[in-house]
Design a protein around this ligand. Sequence first.
Ligand code: ATP
Ligand code: MG
Length: 345
Amino acid sequence: MADLVAPAQRLAILGGFADALADPCLLLDRRSVVLHLNAATAREFPAVAVGSLLALALRNPVLLSAIDAAHRTGEARTIELHQTVPNETWHRAQIAPLAGSGGLVAITLQNLTEHKRVEQLRSDFIANASHELRTPLASLVGFIDTLLGPAAKDEGARERFLTIMRQQAGRMSALIDDLLSLSRIEMRQHLMPTGSVDLTRLLKEVRDGLETQATEAGVRIELAADGPAVVTGDQNELYEVFENLIDNAIKYGGEGGQVELAIGPGRAGYDYMVSVTDHGAGIAADHVPRLTERFYRVDAESSRKKKGTGLGLAIVKHIVNRHRGLLSIRSKPGEGTRVDVLLNR
Ligand code: ATP
Ligand code: MG
C-alpha cells in the first residue's frame, strides 16, 4: 500500500477500518502521536486525543514500553493494561506495527474488566466457602484427637464432645446444602418457572415448619392474608425464599417478640406482594445493599453463633430473580426490618 496510496488516503482507509471495529482501536505514527481513534476509544479512554502523544493520555509504563518495542522491532506485542483511575479497568492491548505503512502502529484494546470481576467473585467465593467448611472441620478434628488421646476413657467428656461434633457436622452439611442449592438455581437462572403456587397456603406451611424455632426464640408469627393468592412459580424454591426470610426475622429480629407476614396486592407492576416484618435491632443502611452477596453478614461472629453462613439472602435473591420478581429490603436500626417479595400471577 505504501507505494500505491498517498499517506492521507492511506490514513483514511486505515481509519475507516478502525471505525468498523466495536472494540477501541487507535493508530499512532512513528513518534507515538495519535493519528486516529474510533468511537469505542473515545468512550473508554476519553483522555486520548488525536494530534497529541499517547503517552500524555495513558501514562502506563507497560503499554508505552510495548509500543516502543513494537516500533523498534516491527513485531506485534500483546500486554494487559490495568488502570486504577478513574475506575479500575483491565484491557488486553494488542500493539501491531502496520507493515509497509511508514511506521504506523495500530493498537486494539479488548475490555476484560467484567471478566476479571467475575474471576474475582469466583475466587472470593471459593475462599469463603473453604473457610466456612474448614472452621467446623478443624473443630471436628480437634475433638476426634481429644477423644482418641487424653479423653479416651472419660465417659462424660465423650458424651459432651460427640454432641458438639454432631452440631459441627450438621453445620457443614447445611452449608453444603446451601451451596448446592445456589448452584442449582444459578444453572436454571434463565428458565422462568412454570408452576402455580398459592402464596397463602405456602406461607402457612412455612410458618408451621418454623413454629418450634419461633416458640423457642419467644417469637409469635402473625399471618395476614385474604384468601388464595396464586402466582407463577416453583413451589420448592418459593418455600426456600420465605423459610429464609422468616428464619432471619426470628434469628436476627426475634427480640421484637413478633414477626408479621402479610400477603396483599403488589406495586410497581407486580400482582402480589409478600412482606416479612420484624421489630428487632434492624440493619444499618450501609449494610443493606450488600446483604444479598454470598457470605455477607453484618456481624460475622454473632451470625455464626446463630448458625448463619450468609448464603440465605443470596439464595433468596437468585430465586426471586429467576421468578422475574423483585426483592426489597428496608430496615431502620432500632425499629426492625421489612423484606418485600413481589411476584406475578
Ligand atoms: P444463612 O441464611 O445462610 O443461614 P445468614 O442468615 O447469616 O445465614 P443471610 O440470610 O444471607 O445469612 O443474611 C445475611 C445477614 O443479614 C445476616 O447474617 C444478618 O447479619 C443480616 N440480617 C438478615 N436478616 C436480618 C433481619 N431480619 N434483621 C437483622 N439483620 C438481618
Ligand atoms: Mg439467613
